[in-house]
Ligand binder design. Structure first.
Ligand SMILES: [Zn+2]
Ligand SMILES: [Zn+2]
Length: 259
């Protein structure tokens, strides 16, 4: 019998309230919370967290734009925090570029009756790796790190729920997972000890196959109705075919890893 906690209830709610993969639904909710959290005074003014942002040389492009959008498009958050993050990153990159450029500057040659200037021979491969190091962080984007940790916790909860026979039955009649989360579920399953891991693998695989078959049928119906002879046919569920296929094949926007 499945023992419910706030973690299992979150998975059940995501399965009941979304037409998407439940883990993608939870990712979006976590991301919205995370963006607000990152721009809160409490986090922005935390020197330890600011150091973490600097170590990563800021947020990834995707999350930088998300932070910007939360302020200037959605008007949900205050702009000061983002400016402070950006200032720290720009200063850090500038310092490193100034150091690199001091090695590449033209230098006077000693000796001779007139002082001549000549260029030092540039080592372009060292220069290129120095520029990459100056710009790239030593750690992943802090927002990605936090979301990936939550995602892994949700996946772990789902696998433990699937160990329960009754829940496996409910899961088999659900929409299943997007392909990136399906791959992650199998990867985590191989590292997790469950009482019924074989049954869990079969439930994941069976649900995914029937979900992909439904997506294929919807796409066929949608494509068929684009032709002239079906122009006046009433439209149905297939109008959502591209949206459902987008979530199924690529998962939620911004989730890159398949591990
Ligand atoms: Zn997903
Ligand atoms: Zn990120």
């Amino acid at each position: 019998m499945l023992k419910h906690t706030s973690h299992t209830i979150a998975i059940l709610n995501a399965m009941g309230n979304s037409e998407k993969c439940p883990l993608c639904h939870l990712w979006e909710k976590d991301e919205e919370r995370e963006i607000g959290h990152l721009l809160s005074n409490e986090v922005v003014m935390d020197p330890g967290f600011r150091d973490k942002v600097l170590l990563a040389k800021g947020f990834c492009s995707y999350h930088s734009h998300k932070l910007f959008k939360a302020i200037y498009t959605d008007f949900r958050e205050d702009s000061l925090g983002l400016a402070l993050y950006f200032q720290g990153i720009a200063d850090a990159v500038l310092d490193e570029l100034v150091t690199i450029s001091s090695y590449t500057r033209e230098t006077p040659k000693r000796g001779g009756t007139t002082s001549r200037i000549r260029k030092r021979r540039l080592d372009f491969s060292n220069l290129s790796s120095g520029v990459s190091k100056a710009i790239q962080g030593k750690q992943a984007c802090p927002a990605c790190q936090s979301l990936e940790a939550s995602d892994r916790a949700h996946l772990n909860t789902l696998l433990r729920m699937l160990d329960d026979e009754d829940f496996r039955g409910d899961f088999r009649s659900s929409l299943g997972l997007c392909l990136p989360h399906f791959a992650s579920a199998f990867s985590l399953l191989s590292q997790t000890s469950l009482a019924n891991s074989g049954e869990v693998a079969l439930a994941l695989m069976g649900t995914e196959i029937s979900h992909l078959q439904s997506v294929g049928q919807l796409l066929s119906e949608f494509i068929k109705k684009q032709s002239y002879e079906f122009l006046n046919e009433p439209r149905g569920e297939e109008v959502k075919a591209n949206s459902i296929a987008l979530n199924t094949l690529t998962g939620v926007e911004g989730r890159y890893s398949g591990s």
